[in-house]
Design a protein around this ligand. Structure first.
Ligand code: HEC
Length: 186
């Protein structure tokens, strides 16, 4: 192959790849289900009376990395959590897990897009706001929606994060993952 021949480079279409796909990219729905009523877990104060375990907490964190970078692992849909637990008190960390919609981190507000063509619902963080609109959702799924296919777009009132209840966490799991995030092991 001749590396200095620009035909190879043109056929690769770097621009399309960088934008997250070409016009034929198949879009998919990504919906974050709404919470069913208030948290069934005990209060944050009660949860923090439990003794957290770093090793178990590390295993619980496996449920967070589809949306968060923690140390060397994970996808950046929500904020990077490396060192987060060392910068904030335990109750702030626990509340963010039990009631994610109570306070939404700046720059990570969710948007709900709807498309014309396939009538898809796509919830995520808007990374680029032009034509196309680029949105990243849970699992790191990043999609480009041409402005002509955008039917509606609304800011979400709730968090894109699944709550502790939705992730199936017990009070002990929450205490453990808080302990893990506050440790030096992540
Ligand atoms: C479905 C995606 C998703 C999952 C799964 C998820 N999070 Fe989140 N998380 C987010 C998003 C998006 C935000 C930012 C919006 C917000 O503050 O609610 C966030 C915010 C946070 C914050 C606040 C960060 C800040 O800078 O204020 C903490 C702490 C947190 N998550 C911890 C966790 C932990 C621990 C888990 C696993 C038990 C987890 N998250 C699972 C998406 C997720």
């Amino acid at each position: 192959m001749k590396w200095n021949n620009d035909r190879w480079w043109k056929s690769y279409k770097p621009g399309d790849k960088l934008k997250g796909g070409n016009a034929k990219q198949k879009l998919v729905s990504v919906v974050i289900p709404e919470e069913q009523g208030p948290s069934k877990l005990p209060s944050v104060a009660e949860i923090l009376k439990l003794k957290g375990d770093v090793t178990r907490g590390k295993a619980v964190a496996g449920r967070c990395i589809s949306c968060h970078v923690i140390g060397d692992l994970g996808l950046d849909v929500g904020p990077n959590l490396t060192g987060f637990g060392k910068r904030f008190p335990a109750d702030v960390v626990a509340r963010a897990i039990v009631e994610p919609s109570a306070e939404i981190s700046l720059g990570f507000e969710g948007q709900h897009l709807r498309t014309h063509q396939d009538k898809l619902d796509i919830m995520g963080v808007v990374l680029a706001d032009g034509d196309p609109v680029i949105i990243r959702s849970m699992g790191g799924i990043t999609q480009s929606i041409p402005a002509s296919d955008l039917k509606s777009r609304q800011p979400m009132k709730r968090s894109l994060m699944l709550s502790a209840d939705q992730l199936g966490l017990t009070a002990q799991d929450v205490a453990d993952v808080v302990e893990y995030l506050r440790s030096s092991e992540e």
